[in-house]
Write a protein that binds this ligand. Sequence first.
Ligand code: GDP
Ligand code: MG
Length: 438
Amino acid sequence: LAERLQNTFKKLKGKGKLDEKDVDEAMREVRVALLEADVNYKVVKDFVKKVKERAIGAEVLGSLTPGQQVIKIVNDELTELMGGTQSKITISSKPPTVVMLVGLQGAGKTTTVGKLGNQLRKQGRRPLLVAADVYRPAAIKQLKVLGEQLNIPVFSLGDKTNPVDIAKAAVEHAKSYGNDMVLIDTAGRLHINEELMEELKNIKESVKPHEILFVMDATTGQDAVNVAKTFDEQLGIDGVIITKLDGDTRGGAALSVKAVTGKPIKFVGMGEKLDALEPFFPDRMASRILGMGDVLSLIEKAQSTLDANKARELQQKIKSQDYNLEDFLEQMRQVRKMGPLDQILGMLPGMGNLKQLKDVQVDEKEMLHIEAIIQSMTPEERRNPSIIKDSRKKRIAKGSGTKVSDVNKLLKQFDQTKKMMKQMMGMEKMLKKRKGGG
Ligand code: GDP
Ligand code: MG
């Protein structure tokens, strides 16, 4: 999808002015690209219509070309299509928070229960994993193994008890053992059937989960979206977790599911490993789908006008917890698009004279290096740069056409930025407190 759209926009890039015909032509290609990516037909139709409406007669921003303006609109609308902003799980003010994962067989429920538990625990919570899939004998074992690996407790009553009783007992167990999150792994089927829905409804009825999350396999595209719709109609879901996004080159499921079900994507699974679960950011996904590194940077340059909204956006990003090299890269791009760093920070409360800022300023060429270096790392390394040993540094340098000293420099910049983020967050908390007090 990314490649196709890029070609479309390349065509537009040469144009000086954009009229209705240009928009039409570009949108025809966008439409085909989306359909080929297995995006729901109706979603595509509405999407194209919306972009067209916005594009024709839209004011072209100061330093953008008309072509760039269209890309920006497509990017904005894609973001909107996927929910606009990040959507988190609801944490009950009266623990435990009960989360139930549902979906078809093989979608990734059991794995995701483990991943979610892992993530929640890293955030200082005390999850309890519940084995309520009693049909596949291996399912209970699978969850227990995950629990052991992660050192997170797993609640099971074997496969002779019915899932409703298991779920109920698990919540009671959580209450007496101080587990604040109960994650229920339910059974799936190859296809939707009444028996499955009945069982899930009964569990829902008896434990009243705060969140029912539908787990869907990205690689099954439209089928998965249709199943999501049925689950929502029959059971009611609060959100979606898309798994196997690492193996999905088309992005169709991610693009359609919010529009079709009205329910947001909350997390995405990016691999089989237990730390491969990420919060879902619609704007990042849109950029990824558009694959428009170069195009985006053009737009970014054009948008260097800084306003309070942008500063707030940046602040949101900074607040996001697992700050890693991917966020760093994203932020570098953001920062570059917004203009001089000291100016931006001037707009954040309490900022002004952080000396280490000098070290995170980068120029055009350095930015390309940074991107190349980060892209030469494995996802694991991006998430956790401390695991990068000297031999890997050599490899990364080679892979990105840079020197080991460049890799070291980047890692140092990352560390400094991370430190700075911490300071900022501390600062913000302080300010909040002050406000609350007065
Ligand atoms: P369940 O039947 O819904 O419980 O599915 P499982 O949790 O047993 O997962 C089915 C398969 O999908 C397993 O082999 C998992 O390792 C794999 N899987 C789950 N999530 C992901 C993911 O995000 N990426 C990849 N590549 N594989 C995944
Ligand atoms: Mg399972």
